[in-house]
Write a protein that binds this ligand. Structure first.
Ligand code: SPD
Length: 292
């Protein structure tokens, strides 16, 4: 039995008990897989928990089904990151999808997750509609000749090289590669522990998209539990009835997402509104470095 943990903030960390199943250093990161007592198998990248077998549905359903059901008929979908395959599996639940490309920079994340956390991706990687590309997502988008209906950024935290996925030039590049009703959806960090990152990512998105909205979900193993997502496009459809009708037509079955949540998730607590407006008290009392 081993213990491992994730630091949420100075003096506060999450502690897990389990077996250490795999450890590997790749050119990009340290990859660890544990079998935990509480959340089943867990993927950890550079000491930051990414996915657990038990609660992955909370995260993937909100990251994927909100944009997919906000779009009337997503046919071409691009996922940046998402090496565990959970986002790809959820995207493929939509029968409107003709082509789903998942672009992950580290092929070992995919291979390790397929070996140790196979339930997260299910059969997604074998689906004829799916294509796995091992490449830098920023370069892939920039060089893409396709127009995407939905682009989902299933990234790790904005630390190290991954920070560019939260910056304005990347969002501009995505905007140039979206179809007319196209949508971008990103994981936008912990409002409580990463307010600057959330504020800055949204501000950067607003440079390239007329409509940018933030919505929230709960992921038990992510720091703070409350998790933010940001969706951007020409106009975002958050109507519960429209989403319910689309989910019914497409036969989408979920454990977290509901039509009511589809619109309720966009109702934000006052402190999250303040983060987005830049009036959050911590921004005024601490050095504010908005340039992610
Ligand atoms: N703090 C961790 C945030 C991780 C978000 N992405 C995880 C990838 C799961 N598919």
């Amino acid at each position: 039995m081993v213990e491992f943990g994730e630091v949420a903030t100075d003096g506060f960390w999450y502690r897990y008990e389990g077996e250490h199943l795999h450890s590997e250093r790749t050119a990009y990161q340290q990859i660890d897989v544990y079998e935990t007592k509480s959340f089943g198998r867990v993927l950890v990248l550079d000491g930051l928990l990414q996915t657990t077998e038990e609660d992955e549905f909370c995260y993937h359903e909100m990251l994927v089904h909100v944009p997919m059901l906000a779009h009337p008929a997503p046919r071409r979908v691009l996922i940046i990151g998402g090496g565990d395959g959970g986002s790809l599996r959820h995207v493929l639940m939509h029968p409107t999808v003709e082509r789903a490309v998942m672009c992950e920079i580290d092929k070992r994340v995919v291979e390790i997750c397929r070996t140790w956390l196979p339930s997260v991706s299910g059969s997604a990687f074998d689906a004829p509609r799916a294509e796995l590309v091992i490449a830098d997502g920023i370069r892939y988008v920039a060089e893409s000749t396709e127009q995407w209906d939905v682009v989902i950024v299933d990234s790790s935290d904005p630390i190290g090289p991954g920070v560019d996925l939260f910056r304005a030039p990347f969002y501009r590049s995505v905007a140039e590669h979206l179809s007319e009703a196209g949508l971008l959806c990103v994981q936008a960090c912990s409002p409580f522990f990463q307010p600057i990152e959330l504020h800055t990512a949204v501000r950067n998105m607003k440079e390239s998209f007329p409509d940018v909205r933030v919505y929230l979900g709960c992921v038990p193993t992510y720091p703070g539990t409350l998790w933010a997502y940001a969706i951007a496009g020409q106009r975002i459809e958050v109507d519960a009835e429209a989403a319910a009708a689309r989910a019914r037509e497409r036969g989408i079955e979920t454990r977290y997402w509901t039509p009511e949540l589809h619109s309720a998730a966009f109702v934000l607590p006052r402190f999250v509104q303040a983060i987005l407006e830049g009036t959050y008290p911590r921004f005024l009392s601490e050095p504010f470095v908005p340039d992610l």
